[in-house]
Design a protein around this ligand. Structure first.
Ligand SMILES: C[S@@+](CC[C@H](N)C(=O)[O-])C[C@H]1O[C@@H](n2cnc3c(N)ncnc32)[C@H](O)[C@@H]1O
Length: 213
C-alpha cells in the first residue's frame, strides 16, 4: 500500500484514469508517462478538472529509456501497458533503476496458459496483431525480473477476473453496433472481435508484483 509520502510512477498511463484513482485513494504523488502526447495532454486536463493536478503530473516519455534519476520512485505500476512495449526486460531494467531500494512494482501482462496448443489459436494472433500486443513468457518471468534487478513477490493468473469478463461483456450484442459489419467494416477479415476470444482458455492475464532489493 502506498501513502501520502510516496511517489508513484504510472508506466503507460493512458489518459490517467488508474493513476488518478491511486492519488485519490492513497494521497500519493504520481507521475504518469505515456508514449502518446495526446494521452498526456488529456490526462493533465483530467487531473486539472479533478482538482488533482498538484499531486498528479503526466508527461510524454518512453518506458524503454526513462527520463528519471536512479531511485526516484517508491512504487511503479504498469497496467495493460508492458504488453505494447518493444522489450519487456529493458523496461523492467529501467523500472529497477528508477525504484528506490525496497520500492515495489505491480504490473499486468498477457500470456499463453498451459496446456499451450500448437498451432496457437488464431484468435490470439489476431488479437496481438490488432492491438500491437506481444505475449509474455510466463515460465521465464521470474528469471527475467531477476536479470532486470527485481525480485518476484507474487504472480497470479487473473484471467477469469479480467480478460474473460471483458471479452464476454464486449461480445454481448448491442443492437446495431456490435459487429464490425454494422460499423461498415465489411472488408476487414483480420479485424478482431471480442467474441473471437470466447472459450479460448489458453489466452491469459497475469498480475505480477516485484520489489527492488
Ligand atoms: C492499453 S493502454 C493502458 C493505459 C492505462 N495503464 C490503463 O490501464 O488504463 C497502454 C498504454 O501504454 C502506453 N505505451 C505503449 N508503449 C509505450 C512506451 N514505449 N513507453 C511509454 N508508454 C507506452 C500507451 O501510450 C498507453 O498509454
Amino acid at each position: 500500500m502506498v501513502g501520502e509520502t510516496d511517489h508513484v510512477l504510472d508506466l503507460g498511463c493512458g489518459v490517467g484514469g488508474p493513476g488518478l484513482r491511486v492519488v485519490e485513494r492513497t494521497g500519493a504523488r504520481l507521475t504518469g508517462i505515456s508514449i502518446s502526447e495526446e494521452q498526456v495532454k488529456t490526462a493533465n486536463r483530467l487531473a486539472e478538472e479533478a482538482g488533482r493536478a498538484d499531486r498528479a503530473v503526466f508527461r510524454r516519455a518512453d518506458a524503454m529509456e526513462l527520463p528519471f534519476e536512479d531511485g526516484s520512485f517508491d512504487a511503479v505500476m504498469a497496467l495493460e501497458s508492458i504488453i505494447h512495449m518493444p522489450d519487456r526486460e529493458q523496461v523492467l531494467t529501467e523500472v529497477a533503476r528508477v525504484l528506490r531500494p525496497g520500492g515495489r512494482l505491480v504490473l499486468t501482462d498477457v500470456f499463453e496458459r498451459a496446456p499451450r496448443k500448437t498451432p496457437r489459436h488464431p484468435s490470439i494472433d489476431k488479437f496481438c496483431r490488432n492491438f500491437m500486443v506481444t505475449l509474455a513468457d510466463a515460465d521465464g518471468y521470474v528469471a527475467m525480473l531477476h536479470r532486470a534487478g527485481l525480485r518476484l513477490r507474487g504472480l497470479l493468473d487473473i484471467t477469469e477476473h479480467t480478460m474473460q469478463r471483458t471479452f464476454e461483456e464486449l461480445a454481448r450484442p448491442v443492437e446495431g453496433a456490435d459487429r464490425p459489419e454494422a460499423l461498415g467494416q465489411t472488408n476487414l477479415p483480420d479485424l478482431f472481435h471480442p467474441s473471437d476470444m470466447l472459450g479460448v482458455d489458453e489466452f491469459g492475464c497475469l498480475l505480477v508484483a516485484a520489489v527492488r532489493p
